[in-house]
Design a binder for this molecule. Structure first.
Ligand code: AHR
Length: 497
């Protein structure tokens, strides 16, 4: 057992944890869109306009704030006109990036925007720069958001949508340093400047334009983009980072069959996000000290070898408590950088990579990572508090801090989230709270008897949220976390709650 003292102090009231840090990502890849989210209106699986009701409900429960679509790599091969109009007339294409399977285009623009309305989240479009045209992108935005009399707006009406949609987030390309065109940052910066010019604000709609950012630690990409594009043109700059446990793409490691030392290795590699945030925000600060351009981590998560028996191009993987721990630590980290980091999108929402939901026919399960998003939702929109703690290290991997934690205040509620990363010892926390008169505390915890614990279709509730004891004595909070556990404490200033 390690005893750890923590101290929570009021944070800067000007800073907020953007709800969009809790964003997600859905690509036409494997069984993410088709079967995972969309089954079509004629499916026997309960659905609303073709979208699975169980998925909508699960997304709403975690207050999903934003959903990115249609890719990923797929977006730089996607032509939006393929996905509008009568479904039976939509062209069939090859999904060249992901297994060369047939793309029916049954899920397109109207289906995506309807999905976002059902979830109550913001749509985030990744538009095609790699193989598309400026005209195509400009037309798509007019089709979506123009409220006047134009052929494109009238086509939208003919296709069943009278009112224009609201669209804020537009990503100009995806991974244009790789699958999105193998561009050099200098070239892409110019392309970004050109494309964004024709992404117009119609009516009251105001776009937030996001440039393709760096691949992990490619700091030069960030530097060139920041040097070449004025902040007035670029509201966001993205960053992609995937945690590969072995660090070797060709042999990443299994999602479920791993040793304790591979567990610690994965937690450490996920922690590399901190170095990335420090270095990329450092470069952005140099050009933009007022933080006008946000850092948008629009792909992150753990990436393992494909599950046995699955199509390797579909990137299906199981999810364990190890993934819950790394997700929770990463979200705590995003809060610390919330002055600059304005959105993050876990890859991906359903059946792909570090999914929050897995489906099999009509069955659906919530992964341990899903429960982390549920546990943490109280942080959305909160003011991040200052939090300091004793430097406790795990026994088995002394380079790793044992505890990851974060706190925020929203109205009369303080939320504290804490992760015990150790596999072999409890963490006994004594938390002193300053500047917040807590009257009542309650806690929930996510843990299981092993870091390899997963929910399966036979046993979907192995890893689930449970009530957890917590004691509030004046301004001192006491709780103990078992090994490999994630907890959220809610402290209310109102004793009647
Ligand atoms: O999320 C899977 C893929 O990873 C995305 O399509 C791409 O952007 C990234 O390389």
């Amino acid at each position: 057992m390690k005893h750890i003292n923590l101290r929570i102090q009021p944070g800067n009231p000007q800073t907020r944890i953007a709800p969009e840090l809790y964003g997600h990502f859905s690509e036409h890849l494997g069984r993410c869109i088709y079967q995972g989210i969309y089954v079509g209106p004629d499916s026997p699986i309960p659905n609303t306009d073709g979208v699975r009701n169980d998925v909508i409900e699960a997304f709403r429960q975690i207050r999903m704030p934003v959903l990115r679509w249609p890719g990923g790599c797929f977006s730089d091969d996607y032509h939006w006109r393929d996905g509008i109009g009568a479904p039976e007339l939509r062209p069939k294409r090859v999904n060249a990036f992901w297994g060369a399977v047939t793309e029916t285009n049954a899920f397109g623009t109207h289906e995506f925007f309807t999905l976002c309305e059902q979830i109550g989240c913001q749509p985030y479009l990744a538009v095609n720069v790699g193989s598309g045209t400026v005209r195509e992108v400009s037309d798509w935005i007019e089709y979506l958001t123009y409220d006047g009399d134009s052929d494109l707006a009238n086509l939208r009406r003919k296709n069943g949508r009278e009112q224009p949609w609201k669209l804020k987030y537009v990503g100009i390309g995806n991974e244009n340093w790789g699958g999105g065109g193998n561009m050099r940052p200098e070239y892409y910066a110019d392309e970004f400047r050109r494309y964004q010019t024709y992404c117009r604000d119609y009516g009251g709609n105001q776009l937030y334009k996001i440039a393709c950012g760096a691949n992990g630690d490619d700091y030069r990409w960030t530097d060139v983009l920041m040097a070449s594009v004025p902040t007035a043109l670029m509201q966001g700059l993205s960053l992609h980072y995937y945690t590969v446990p072995s660090g070797i793409w060709e042999k990443k490691g299994s999602a479920t069959d791993f040793t304790d030392s591979e567990y610690y290795e994965t937690v450490a590699r996920a922690g590399f996000m901190e170095t990335l945030l420090q270095r990329h925000t450092g470069i952005m600060d140099k050009y933009d000290p007022d933080c006008k351009t946000g850092l948008i981590v629009d792909e992150w998560g753990n990436w393992y070898d494909p599950a046995e028996g699955e199509n390797p191009a579909f990137l299906f993987q199981q999810s364990t408590m190890r993934d819950a721990v790394t997700a929770a630590c990463t979200l705590n980290l995003f809060h610390r950088y919330s002055r600059r980091v304005r959105m993050a999108n876990l890859a991906q929402a359903v059946n792909v990579l570090q999914a929050i939901l897995l489906t099999e026919g009509a069955a659906l399960l919530k992964t341990p990572t899903y429960h982390v998003f549920d546990l943490y939702k109280g942080h959305q929109g909160g003011i991040p508090a200052k939090i300091t703690c004793d430097d406790a290290r795990t026994n088995a991997a002394p380079q790793l801090p044992l505890l990851s934690c974060s706190a925020s205040v929203s109205g009369n509620t303080l939320t504290l989230t804490a992760v015990n990363c150790a596999l072999d010892e409890d963490a006994e926390l004594a938390v002193s709270i300053e500047g917040f008169a807590g009257k009542h505390a309650s806690a929930q915890i996510l843990f299981a008897d092993s870091c390899r614990a997963a929910n399966t279709f036979d046993a979907p509730e192995i890893v689930r949220l449970q009530e957890h004891p917590v004691r509030l004595e004046g301004s001192l909070l006491h709780l103990t976390l078992p090994p490999c556990a994630v907890a959220a404490v809610t402290v209310c200033a109102d004793s009647s709650v």
